[in-house]
Design a protein around this ligand. Structure first.
Ligand SMILES: Cc1cc2nc3c(=O)[nH]c(=O)nc-3n(C[C@H](O)[C@H](O)[C@H](O)COP(=O)(O)OP(=O)(O)OC[C@H]3O[C@@H](n4cnc5c(N)ncnc54)[C@H](O)[C@@H]3O)c2cc1C
Length: 289
């Protein structure tokens, strides 16, 4: 199928882009890597009057260090982010999760901002933003606002982005050097969206958990922060941690569903197992007797 006719514009500045979004209202759609949007256009599930291509906006594909964190430009290609030295050094959890997003071919075009903005519940990047405590920068003619990732995802493919707003950056707070990388997913084939996945970081100081940020993907209508688990972990000594019991707490925050890939019960069971295994390995905890 071919898309319905649309106008195309590729602004060079954020100001120009948000002015167009403001003028056209809901009739404009942003295109970044097009890996999701192009099929939707071809199937005529999306029929914008104007396609606003953000790839030519100056400085939109950069990575920079900001006070207390790292800022990622929305139009950076996933393949470029995977090779970025700043991200490798400061955001190892992000890089680990990104390596599981799609395939070489989709990562060559797909962007970080596109993945964050799309809000696919089984995707790695939204859950990583939630786990690490990232903030999404949204810009419109009305100004710029910062929305914590934990408040950004409202439902399946539903986010806090208003029709006249553009994601203009994603800011990830620093995690201390040497923090633990916690990541595991189960998918039918490499490159498929996960059936169940978990991502996060933990900081251990003096054999105690000083900080933890974790989230699920594929376990409900949005990425889901493991808030009960985080609360249960902080201040606990490594000796006292029982990964199997923690896995039960971690899954308590989820709301998985049955679909043609897997049942909710399968997702809960696999979720508990991957959580316990990942936690035990990352923190070198003892196997149960
Ligand atoms: C075969 C295949 C396998 C895939 N596997 C995975 C996978 O395993 N895991 C995974 O996470 N993803 C996967 N994807 C998705 C893909 O990797 C992209 O992350 C995703 O399509 C969105 O990025 P994009 O840059 O292509 O966005 P686009 O398709 O251009 O846009 C997606 C949506 O986001 C909006 N948008 C984009 N940028 C902005 C912005 N800056 N501000 C506001 N709105 C914006 C668009 O309007 C559109 O609604 C797969 C895709 C394919 C085709």
């Amino acid at each position: 199928m071919k898309p319905a006719p649309f106008d195309y514009i590729a602004p060079r500045t954020i100001e120009e882009a948000v002015r167009i979004l403001d003028e056209v209202g809901g009739g404009a759609t942003v295109i970044a890597g097009g890996q999701t949007l192009m099929p939707l256009l071809n199937l005529r599930m999306s029929q914008p009057f104007i396609l606003v291509d953000i790839n030519k906006i100056e400085g939109f594909a950069g990575v920079s260090r900001v006070e207390g964190g790292t800022r990622i430009g929305p139009a950076i290609r996933q393949a470029d982010a995977l090779k970025d030295a700043t991200l490798a050094r400061h955001l190892p959890v992000f890089v680990k999760a990104l390596s599981h997003v799609g395939h070489h071919q989709t990562r060559n075009r797909g962007t970080i901002g596109g993945s964050v903005a799309l809000g696919e519940p089984a995707a790695e990047m939204p859950a990583t933003a939630v786990a690490l405590g990232a903030t999404i920068e949204l810009t419109s003619v009305r100004g710029t606002r910062m929305v914590p990732a934990r408040e950004f995802y409202i439902g399946p493919y539903m986010t806090a982005i208003e029709p006249d707003e553009l994601v203009t950056g994603i800011v990830y707070p620093d995690w201390p050097e040497g923090h633990q990388v916690l990541f595991r997913e189960v998918a039918q084939r490499p490159g498929d969206f996960a059936l169940v996945g978990m991502v996060g970081a933990a900081v251990i100081e003096n054999d105690k958990v000083a900080r933890a940020g974790l989230a699920w993907f594929g376990m409900g209508p949005t990425p889901i922060a493991m808030t009960q688990l985080e609360g249960a972990l902080i201040g606990k000594s490594l000796d006292s941690l029982d990964p199997d019991a923690l896995a039960v707490t971690a899954v308590a925050d989820t709301a998985p569903f049955d679909d043609h890939h897997a049942s909710a019960e399968y997702r809960r069971t696999v979720g508990r197992r991957i959580f316990a295994k990942t936690f035990r390995e990352a923190l070198s905890l003892r196997e149960p007797a």
